[in-house]
Ligand binder design. Structure first.
Ligand code: KG4
Ligand code: ZN
Length: 348
């Protein structure tokens, strides 16, 4: 089944063609970074106009690269939210028009959940190999842990009670005088550092609590840097980065370990979001987590439409490609899943 994916939630216009939810025939991303750079942030109205300007030529290129005609597409999947409303409108209106013109189903999908499916792009195995899964979305805006009984059901186990993990990387990089985004730079410096050099505080240290917290870690790092005799550099800077990185990621690994204890039937851990690009994350996960963790290829960590098409495939394959059905799935994902309550009923 061939799904066309369309993404326009923020400052990237993306179009992709994906077969059976995992084989990427083409995936194009038009970034607006340069357009917004002079303003120091994304300007919503400018983003909408840019999406409108590039979306149609991008679709034509994506079809040409994949070597398929628009009529061969089985369904059109599009990001319905969350995101900038004007930007979303462009993608949704375009996808609606296309679906109508081609007489194909339209599948609206949730952007955050779609990220999780980015972890399985290119992985050649049947869905039974992964579900029930645990899924992580770890980015500049989210630190979410879900249980996924199936590819389209997201049960929120925990999220951050304050800052997101990626945001913490960015803020810590700033106090260390490093560039933005901070994650890649901290990872690069940490490679030559000693992760045991600085004793780090443990956030939400109670084992049974699955929530994440990053604001205390950020404050600890700001105080640490302030108390240094001189701005850290060289080996000291590398070791500070390594110590911070292992705690920031280690916190997530500890929570996944606890979630596995609560959900021992879990077959895989799917990791998504910008922080999933961190190589040390995979190492820490492999060391402590007995089930296989899947990380996306770097090109599918950040926003793209292949993940939208992959998720759309599962929604469509399940026969629930209508918007109202998808919203029903998503309610689950926004209220906290409770293991104790689930054990006393049969909706596990
Ligand atoms: O999902 P994403 O591209 O977008 C938003 O959240 O908007 O995630 C970006 C976040 C940034 O906070 C960035 O610092 C973090 O992902 N990030 C990383 C790495 N690469 C990107 N964090 C840690 N290590 C990395 N290698
Ligand atoms: Zn995203």
């Amino acid at each position: 089944m061939l799904i066309l994916g369309i993404e326009s939630s923020c400052d990237e216009t993306a179009v992709a063609l994906v077969r059976d939810g995992r084989e990427v025939l083409s995936s194009l991303v038009a970034s607006q970074i340069a357009v917004h750079a002079p303003f120091g942030g994304v300007v919503p109205e400018v983003a909408s106009r840019e999406h409108l300007r590039v979306i149609d030529p991008l679709l034509r290129r994506a079809l040409a690269e994949a070597g398929v005609a628009a009529q061969q597409v089985d369904a059109v999947a599009v990001t319905q939210g969350p995101g900038l409303i004007g930007a979303l409108l462009v993608g949704v209106a375009y996808a609606k028009g296309l679906a109508l013109a081609l007489d194909k189903p339209l599948i609206p999908v949730d952007h955050v959940h779609a990220h999780v499916h980015g972890a399985l792009l290119g992985v050649d195995a049947p869905p039974e190999d992964f579900y029930p899964a645990l899924a992580l979305v770890v980015s500049g805006g989210h630190t979410n842990l879900y249980r996924m009984p199936s590819p389209t059901r997201f049960q929120l186990l925990a999220c951050s009670i304050d800052d997101a993990c990626g945001e913490c990387f960015d803020k810590v990089a700033k106090v260390l005088g490093l560039g933005y985004p901070g994650g890649p730079e901290i990872e690069r410096l940490a490679r030559s550092g000693d992760a045991g050099a600085v004793q780090m505080p443990r956030m939400v240290s109670q084992k049974a609590r699955l929530e994440f917290s990053y604001s205390g870690l950020k404050t600890f790092m700001a105080n640490l840097v302030r108390e240094e005799a001189a701005p850290p550099s060289g080996q000291r800077l590398a070791s500070i980065c390594a110590s911070f990185q292992d705690e920031a990621l280690g916190q997530i690994v500890r929570k996944v370990k606890e979630a596995l204890r609560l959900a021992p039937d879990t077959r895989a851990v799917l990791v998504a979001g910008g922080v999933a690009a961190n190589g040390r994350f995979g190492e820490l996960m492999a060391k402590d987590i007995p089930v296989r963790a899947y990380f996306p290829h770097p090109r599918f960590c950040s926003d793209n439409a292949a993940m939208i098409a992959a998720y759309g495939y599962h929604v469509h394959a399940e026969g629930s490609g209508r918007g109202e059905d998808l919203l029903k799935h998503d309610w689950d994902a926004y209220s906290r899943y409770d293991f104790a309550r689930a054990a006393s009923s049969d909706d596990g």
